[in-house]
Design a protein around this ligand. Structure first.
Ligand SMILES: [Zn+2]
Length: 408
């Protein structure tokens, strides 16, 4: 039994756009002369060069026949998770579905059916979703990565540059580039729609200029990225834009050469796991004081527990209109870049500091140092010695100064 029809194959496992319906041929056939197991065969098309073979028995989740009188029906397979949207003459379609039904009820004499002549190698397999490359010889230089890749591990290959092929992987969720020599990540990385974990540990992101963290800016990453590992990169500086990755749960910047953390870390309201160990950080940003982390690692920062004498003068100027406007943009997390606002305002906003109360402060700001026990901000603390740590606190108002000096 065979019909010519227009057919659209929808893979339910992929968020990819639907492919256009194509003219093809659908047949019900048995495996071989000796093996009566039934299959549904989809003839090859230009999109599907090998054709597809679907097992029928126990593999059809549902057949949608509401519009069968209009010549339309959908067969939903369990494995692979495909929906076949069929469109053809309604009488032919009904008789095809009737044959399928008889086949499912084992009421069909298989000997009346043709034998599948498709090479079993052509049977579709679940799409490849995890790719791990450990040697240079395995690198798919010509053929590229499968479009279905969800997890990509390119580890320990001494790669110096980021492979721009990765930017095409619309289903990518986990990207592990650890143990390479990558010096920068492209800005376009922020456009990947599904990336939740980015592991770039033991690379060379710290070499060269500081002006290459555009990928942390506005984009999809700010809505999807939950884990970021930048450990072991020789970073001397962590950009304020880290605050844009507002879904981060885990941030690892250990084993770098950081001396200070940006106050924007205090805006990462989902943050639970923070590792800043093995740096030269001398204080934590005061914006972290209101946090309740699951785990905080501050070990091997020799000066983090030293108390310093602080000048005790704060001076709050009247804010300019630009400052007030900028604070509102940051407060409501409005997206901005040089295409929507004057380009000179972009660094003004990017470099905002964050008060212990969470408010953004732009331009000149007041800063006070205090000492707090970090066991108040994390359930589990790893420290080299004292858990009493210096906090450098930006303060936006006299109320915040009071709250800091006389905590309730
Ligand atoms: Zn404040």
């Amino acid at each position: 039994m065979k019909i010519n029809c227009n057919i659209e194959v929808v893979n339910r496992a992929l968020p990819a756009p639907r492919k256009k319906a194509q003219r093809s041929c659908l047949a019900i056939a048995r495996q071989s002369v000796k093996n009566n197991e039934l299959h549904l065969l989809l003839q090859q098309t230009t999109q599907n060069k090998l054709g597809t073979k679907y097992k029928i028995d126990q593999n059809i989740e549902k057949v949608f026949t509401k519009f069968v009188n209009n010549g339309k029906a959908t067969i939903r397979f369990k494995e692979p998770p495909h929906d076949l949207n069929i469109q053809c003459d309604s009488i032919l379609l009904k008789s095809f579905l009737r044959t399928l039904e008889l086949g499912l009820c084992k009421k069909l004499d298989p000997s009346v059916l043709g034998v599948s002549n498709m090479n079993p190698k052509n049977i579709v397999q679940a799409p490849k979703t995890k790719v791990t490359i450990k040697t240079k010889a395995d690198y798919p230089v010509l053929q590229g990565f499968p479009r279905t890749t969800e997890e990509l591990n390119i580890v320990g290959l001494e790669r110096k540059s980021f492979d721009r092929q990765i930017l095409k992987l619309q289903s990518l969720r986990v990207l592990n580039l650890s143990d390479n020599k990558i010096t920068s990540l492209p800005k376009e990385l922020s456009a990947l729609p599904s990336l939740t974990e980015l592991i770039v540990s033991n690379n060379s992101l710290g070499s060269g200029g500081n002006n290459k963290f555009g990928w942390m800016g506005e984009g999809n990453l700010s809505k999807t990225l939950r884990l970021l590992n930048l450990s072991g990169n020789g970073l001397t500086y962590l950009p304020n834009q880290i605050g844009k990755l507002r879904k981060l749960v885990t941030l690892n910047v250990s084993c770098n050469a950081l001396t200070i953390l940006p106050t924007s870390i205090g805006t990462l309201s989902s943050l639970k796991y923070l590792d800043v160990s093995h740096n030269s950080i001398d204080s934590l940003p005061g914006s972290l004081m209101k946090f309740r982390l699951e785990s905080l690692n501050i070990a091997h920062n020799p000066e983090i527990s030293q108390t310093r004498l602080q000048p005790f003068a704060v001076n709050f100027d009247v804010s300019s209109l630009t400052q007030l406007g900028a604070q509102k943009v940051l407060h409501y997390r409005l997206p901005y870049d040089a295409s929507t606002i004057p380009f000179t305002l972009v660094p003004f906003l990017d470099n905002a500091a964050y008060c212990i109360c969470g408010k953004a402060v732009v331009g000149r700001y007041n800063c006070l140092e205090t000492s707090r026990n970090v066991s108040r901000i994390a359930k589990e603390v790893t420290a080299s010695a004292d858990t009493s740590v210096s906090f450098r606190c930006v303060v936006c108002s006299h109320e915040c100064v009071k709250g800091l000096l006389f905590p309730r």
